[in-house]
Design a protein around this ligand. Structure first.
Ligand code: DGL
Length: 272
């Protein structure tokens, strides 16, 4: 495996861009191949069998590009199929649960941590189990917020968006009463709504961005495996989606602040 190869990142749709944003910042010499399964999003309310099937297809697509690291930038896949993926792969792998739980454990002062994610992630208790392994004294408050993903996929991501604010309030009101000081955005779509979430929870609550933490952790894995690309030319990322690229392109441009012209290609993921 050569350090010159790309990092493969996937998600059900736009969510993994919260990891890509940080990759572009901390590892500008690395080539990123991103797959967003926009034709089959959302994953988070599907059965574990379906989520695993999709996760393996997504991974096979990335492996075809000889990636040197596979990143499941998806809380749902990491929670439901992470162990199976890791043991099936001959290249390093990371999901989002471990790096995000570590970061939250370091940030909390009062040991009261909230976790929001998809129904599948919350049903798996992946973050809660991980956190309580790190410290049995943590009190963990879990909540599924299924409407956040369609909000993001449809571009309702501005902190001033009234629909986003209303949905955030509807879901998070009870959690706000729990005196948490740290809130894990356990689905990688949710950091795209972090403005509205932070405004509602208040500045005393630290948000932990699963995409961001996973990108930092990936840099560590590459370093430990001597897989960091030492050439200094900046590489343009390549994006692949399983449905029409137009909406993806528009929202990705908004979130990443870069021109996505000619960088998004549609593929047939069912053939993998
Ligand atoms: N972004 C994903 C996650 O982190 C998946 C959301 C979905 O497709 O439901 O869970």
């Amino acid at each position: 495996m050569s350090s010159k190869e790309a990092i493969g990142v996937f998600d059900s749709g736009l969510g993994g861009l919260s990891a890509v944003k940080e990759f572009l910042h901390v590892l500008p010499n690395e080539k990123i191949i991103y797959f967003g399964d926009t034709g089959r999003v959302p994953y988070g309310n599907r059965s574990n069998n379906t989520i695993s099937k999709y996760a393996f297809q997504d991974t096979r697509f990335l492996l075809e590009h000889n990636v040197k690291l596979v990143v499941a930038a998806c809380g749902t896949v990491s929670s439901v199929a992470g162990d199976a993926l890791r043991s099936s792969l001959s290249v390093p792998y990371t999901g989002v649960v471990n790096p995000t739980a570590f970061a939250a454990a370091e940030k909390t002062k009062n040991n009261r941590i909230g976790v929001i994610g998809t129904a599948a992630t919350i049903g798996s208790h992946s973050y809660k189990n991980r956190l309580q392994k790190l410290n049995p004294n943590f009190e963990v408050f879990e909540l599924a917020c299924p409407l956040f993903v369609p909000l993001v996929e449809n571009g309702f991501i501005s902190r001033d968006d009234q629909i986003a604010q209303l949905v955030v309030k509807r879901y998070l009101s009870e959690l706000k009463e729990q005196d948490i000081d740290t809130l894990i955005l356990g689905c990688t779509h949710y950091p795209l709504l972090s403005g509205a979430i932070q405004d509602f929870m208040g500045s005393d609550v630290t948000l932990v961005d699963s995409g961001y933490e996973t990108a930092l952790y990936s840099a560590k894995i590459l370093k430990e495996n001597n897989l960091l690309n030492d050439s200094s030319d900046t590489k343009n990322p390549e994006f692949f989606v399983s449905d029409t690229p137009d909406d993806f392109k528009k929202i990705a441009e908004l979130f990443l602040g870069r021109n996505m012209e000619h960088t998004v290609t549609q593929i047939d993921i069912e053939s993998y």
